[in-house]
Every structure is written in structure tokens, then in C-alpha cells.
Design a protein around this ligand. Sequence first.
Ligand SMILES: NC(=O)c1ccc[n+]([C@@H]2O[C@H](COP(=O)([O-])OP(=O)(O)OC[C@H]3O[C@@H](n4cnc5c(N)ncnc54)[C@H](O)[C@@H]3O)[C@@H](O)[C@H]2O)c1
Ligand SMILES: [Zn+2]
Length: 414
Amino acid sequence: LLSLGLPSIHQAIDVRYRYSVHFTADMFAPQNTLFRDILDQDGGDGPKQILCVVDRMVSRHHPNLVVSIDRYCQAHNLVLVAPPQVTDGDERVKNDPEQVIRLHRLIYELGLDRHSYVMAIGSGALLDMVGYAAATAHRGLRLIRVPTTVLSQADSGVGVKNGVNAFGTKNFVGTFAPPFAVVNDSNFLRTLPDREWRTGIAEAIKVALLKDPCFFTFLEAKAQRLLWRDMEAMQRVVYRCAQLHLEHIATSGDPFEFGSSRPLDFGHWAAHKLEQLSDYQLRHGEAVAVGLALDSTYSYLADLLSEDEWQRILRLISALGLAVYVPELGAHLADRGGRCCVLGGLDEFRQHLGGRLTIMLLEGIGRGIEVHQLDEDRIVRGIALLREYQAALGQGDAHGAVSERVFADPAAVG
Ligand SMILES: NC(=O)c1ccc[n+]([C@@H]2O[C@H](COP(=O)([O-])OP(=O)(O)OC[C@H]3O[C@@H](n4cnc5c(N)ncnc54)[C@H](O)[C@@H]3O)[C@@H](O)[C@H]2O)c1
Ligand SMILES: [Zn+2]
């Protein structure tokens, strides 16, 4: 009765996205034509209209930036529709709904349309917020990302996701929206605090572990230089990381994550929970480093990963100045049912993706393997191992003390 006897209409829509990630230094120097060329290639009549949003810390550390952008646009016949909007660049920008509304209002009042550009210059958090506002105004303006942290140049800024936090949940509201272009300007990295410099490298270790054993060896070889802030080494890390990331998006067959698996989220079920448990005092990359250490340890305890490779992973994380254990991981942090708090991250991870729990583990450096359940006792044993490792590091003896005891009898720990 209800079908009316009419056949269903089946429709497939193919949409092709194309965007480039560029690498340069000092992009608004008068003689650097990269940015102008990127816009020129977009065709269209008349001058290009740009709304620019700049991270407050970036503008503070690069006091000539705002003036340089203005001069550059004037010299190249680009229209800045308003003075660059200087905005907070840390997680607060994703927690405050007013920020998105303010940008929407500006876009509306300035009469921008789908052919206008929104250029975001700043940290991962700022890019996520501006990207979300740009993707939702008029159902999508052209977004130019200029990431200014290691993490965002290597990872978040080159991908297809944006979003803000809501109801206490990270990235609860957001869209998949590829940018118009990305410009990685290495000059910005010079002013990063040491902590930000280091934390960005965690995602590089992750992508090396999943996809590229040679890149892992490169990181081992350059660990000391990276710690000393060697810019050439860092540029190579950022480049390879961005390349692996983009390759994944382009070839994994699921750029918008319709499935239940998220291979690049290795170590992230614990990382997201640790960030939350620390009340966001832990930086994302710091939490990721611990998450990588935990899932690598689990892989070792599950006989997937060799002892030698497991040790190399912990050693590299530590050599890059990142911790493998933080108090938030502590088994003493239990929920009302007596379950270690961090384990709640597994439930939240499953909930965010929907469908069946899918966790990436390692069966070798450069070789990930997906599993659909984790043994909680084994995770807790892994946590105990990492606590010992970190404590021994504090006493200058990690690779000796822990491994001797652990390798003699892994079952004894935990
Ligand atoms: N969209 C994605 O796919 C994706 C992926 C991973 C992470 N993220 C998000 O990225 C965010 C983390 O990004 P982040 O690591 O860039 O940290 P962040 O956004 O917290 O920024 C760190 C701090 O560095 C400052 N800063 C930025 N550039 C600077 C510079 N050049 N010199 C001096 N200070 C500078 C910022 O103002 C901020 O205070 C999180 O919100 C995370 O959820 C998004
Ligand atoms: Zn991450």
C-alpha cells in the first residue's frame, strides 16, 4: 500500500577532490610568489577576496606578520576583506562556540561567497575551528591552511577533517572538507616552544610505525638532531609525514571514514582518554606518545611484535624527549567499578567511530594489524611495564633495568 508500486531510484555520485600541500619559507616575503601563484591557478575574474585569521601566539612571535600579509596582498592584487583576525590558538578556541559564530557573522557581514577564501594561519586547534566555520558558511568557502606547529604541518593541517569540541567531547561537531590548499612555511616552526616542537614528532613516529620502517630508522638516526632543533631534519620529518598522510587519504579507499576502522589512529584510543583525564594539560602529541608506547607494549605482550622492535620503539620515544608513561595512565585511577580509567577510552573510541571496535596494533615496525578486541588484563600489564620503564629512565637505567626484569619474566610484571 505504501510503496505506490514505484521503483526506488539508485544514484551514485562521484566527486573528485584535488588539493596541494606546498613547502616554503617566509611565504609573505615580497619576492615569494608561491601564495599568489596558488590563487592565480584558481582562475576566475576579478581580485581574489581573502578573510585571514591568525593565531595570537604566532602574531606575537612574528610581530611583522600582519603587516607583511597586508603589503603582500596589496602588491599582488589580492583583497584582504578585513584586517587579519587575531584569535587564540590553543584548545580554548575549539571549546568556545562563540568563535565559530563570530566567523560566520563576519563572513555574512563581509558578503563573502563560495568563491572567497578563508586563510587560517596557526596551530592545529585554530585550523580545526576556522576550517569548520569555513566549511559550513554557505556550505563551504575555499579554505587555505597555513599550519604553524610541527603537528599541524605534518599531520592535522594536511588532512580533510576539521571540527570543534562540544558537550565535553573532542571534535564532536565537524565536517570532512578537503582544503583548497595548504602552505607549510618552515619559518613559523622556529618560534615554537620546545614542548610544542617535541610533541609534534609523536605523530611522525606513529605514521612511521604504521607505514614506513625506513622513516622509523631515519627518526632513530636523527633523534638527537631533532631534539636540538635542527631545522633541516625537522623539514624532512614534516615532509615525509605529510606525504604518508596524504598517500593514506588518497589511497586507503575511505578518506571520509565511513567504515569502523581508522588506521591512522594507532595509539589514539588511549591518547584521547589521557588528554581528557589530564584535563587537557597533556598536549595531544604527548598523549599520543604514551598511547603508541602502550599499544606497542600490548603488541609485544600479545606476541605480535618482537622484543627487539618493542624496545626500539620505547627507546625512540624517550630519545625524542617524550614520556612513555604519565600518571594519568596509572592503574590506581579506577572508575566506580574498579576498572582502570584509561580503559574507558576503548568504549569512547568505539562510540565515536560506530560499528565494531577496531584497534590498530603492530606486527612489526612499519606493519600494522587490526584487531577487534583487546584483553584488559594485558593492557594493565602493559601499563605496569611502562611505569617501570619510565621510572628506570629517571634513574638513568631504562634499557638495562626494565628489560632485564621484564624480558626474564614478562608475566611477573603487573
Ligand atoms: N583535524 C585533524 O585531522 C586533527 C588531527 C590531529 C590533531 N588535531 C587537533 O590539533 C590540535 C593540536 O594541534 P597543535 O599540536 O598544533 O597544538 P595547539 O593547537 O594546542 O597549539 C599549540 C600552541 O602553540 C601556539 N603556536 C602555534 N604556532 C606557533 C608558533 N609558530 N610559534 C609559537 N607558538 C605557536 C598556539 O597559539 C598554541 O598556544 C588539537 O585540537 C587536535 O584535536 C586535528
Ligand atoms: Zn593525533
